[in-house]
Design a protein. Structure first.
Ligand code: HAM
Length: 414
């Protein structure tokens, strides 16, 4: 029966069969983070709105259009977090982590919220896993971060993944480049889409992302920041590339790569998967050397990334099979209910996956159910205190020692 209520637009329920695939991704990520020394951090699901306005940037689509903001009873403006980097930098400062040995290496996983137009791979509540390496400007940190995401996608078996790499230069270089880009856009104002024209001053980089034909023509001859990188910025980018080359991580330098958040400086990257169609980015990130200062902290270089769990699942397009059960404790007679319950508890304490019938089925129905849930063996408790052990694969059945049922189940594999 269809319910009167449905999950809100752009959200979804994670049903058990989908939860298993998610759990596999989360386990793989947790293991990769732990082995590289990135410790878990969790921040609240909502923050002061201003944190995102300052951190992510007022000119971004995220802040202009996509935030779920609300006023609390104290008339404070709060926002469901659209991303995790600004909150983690806030936590880094709030807890004095800049006084710890640097860099501070953190990992995270959780729900994020953006009021976007829903489509496959784009939701209003979605889940990211990611890492942030705060307190170093070494290219080693950029390369390590990229390699960890590359390893994760490899280990999960995500097919057809490509890495795009770019660099935005340091804040000063970026500023100078933006002036150059704005001049180019202004010189071709008539050919640009209205949306891009309106944002020449506030966010000229987004013009590279436009799917408008006229704008694309203008961008074809636009100066790129990668081409204008100089000095320490050029060296930094070269070093990141050399480290990736040495590690055998394939990438393509994309001089027009831009990202939807304002805080990036120097390295930016994006892992895409063609199988995903329009929303082809599985994960991405980059360096954000100015963000912590922007939030009121000391100058603190940092790098990180986040990947969308739903996008990974879509790219994998596989359903994880339900795990089998070791045992099912069936009863041939109602009088055995307590004994069955106690035995199941004992079996579970001994580490087995064991179930009992909770629905009052007859013995035949219980055996059918045990088969349905994939139980490998069934113990049948008889009214006279005896027990039968049935192997569900072979169909063989034999008497079991009623005084030693746990041993019978944990010991000899039949
Ligand atoms: P982002 O590129 O905005 O970066 O998001 C990271 C990933 O989250 C995307 O690559 C995509 O897989 C997933 N994602 C984003 N929006 C949605 C959506 N509406 N539905 C489903 N999945 C989505 C950040 O959020 C940065 N904080 C990453 C970062 C960390 N940069 C440095 N450190």
């Amino acid at each position: 029966m269809a319910s009167k209520y449905q999950a809100p637009r752009g959200t979804f329920d994670v049903l058990p069969e989908a939860a298993r695939g998610r759990a596999r991704i989360e386990r793989a990520a947790a293991a990769i983070f732990a082995r590289a020394g990135y410790e878990p951090i969790a921040t609240p699901a909502f923050e002061d709105t201003e944190l995102f306005e300052r951190g992510v940037g007022r000119s971004t689509d995220i802040v202009r259009k996509e935030m779920f903001s609300f006023e609390d009873k104290g008339e404070r403006s709060l926002t469901l977090r659209p991303e995790g980097t600004a909150p983690i930098c806030r936590a880094y400062l709030e807890h004095g982590m800049h006084k710890l040995a640097q860099p501070v290496k953190l990992s995270y996983l959780g729900p994020f919220f953006r009021h976007e137009r829903p489509q496959a791979g784009r939701y209003r509540q979605f889940h990211q896993l990611g890492l942030e390496c705060i307190g170093t400007d070494s290219p080693l940190a950029d390369a390590e971060a990229i390699m960890l995401l590359s390893d994760l996608l490899g280990e999960l078996g995500v097919p057809g993944v490509q890495l795009r790499l770019g660099s935005l230069g340091s804040l000063d270089a970026r500023r100078a480049y933006l002036e150059e880009l704005k001049a180019h856009l202004r010189a071709h104002e008539g050919e640009l889409s209205a949306d891009v024209r309106e944002r020449i001053d506030i966010n000229p980089l987004r013009a590279f992302d436009s799917d408008d034909e006229g704008t694309q023509g203008v961008m074809g001859s636009a100066p790129t920041i990668v081409a204008s990188l100089a000095g320490a910025d050029a060296e930094h980018f070269a070093e990141v590339r050399a480290l990736l080359d040495a590690a055998g991580v394939g990438y393509e330098v994309d001089p027009t790569l831009v990202r939807g958040l304002d805080y990036y400086t120097r390295t930016i990257f994006s892992f895409v998967c063609d199988a995903l169609g329009a929303q082809s980015e599985i994960g991405g990130g980059g360096r954000y050397d100015g963000l912590i200062e922007q939030l009121g902290g000391p100058p603190t270089p940092a790098v990180g990334w986040a990947a969308g769990i739903e996008r990974i699942l879509l790219a994998l397009d596989e359903v994880e099979a339900a795990p089998g059960r070791d045992a099912f404790v069936a009863i041939a007679d109602e009088s055995q209910r307590q004994r069955a319950m106690a035995l199941a508890v004992e079996l579970r304490r001994a580490g087995l996956a064991a179930e009992i019938d909770l629905a009052g089925r007859g013995l035949k129905g219980q055996l059918k159910h045990a088969n349905r849930i994939g139980a490998r063996r069934v113990l049948i408790l008889e009214a006279d205190g005896s027990a039968q052990l049935r192997d569900m694969e072979s169909g063989e059945q034999r008497a079991a020692d009623p005084g030693n049922l746990v041993d019978e189940m944990t010991g000899g594999e039949s």
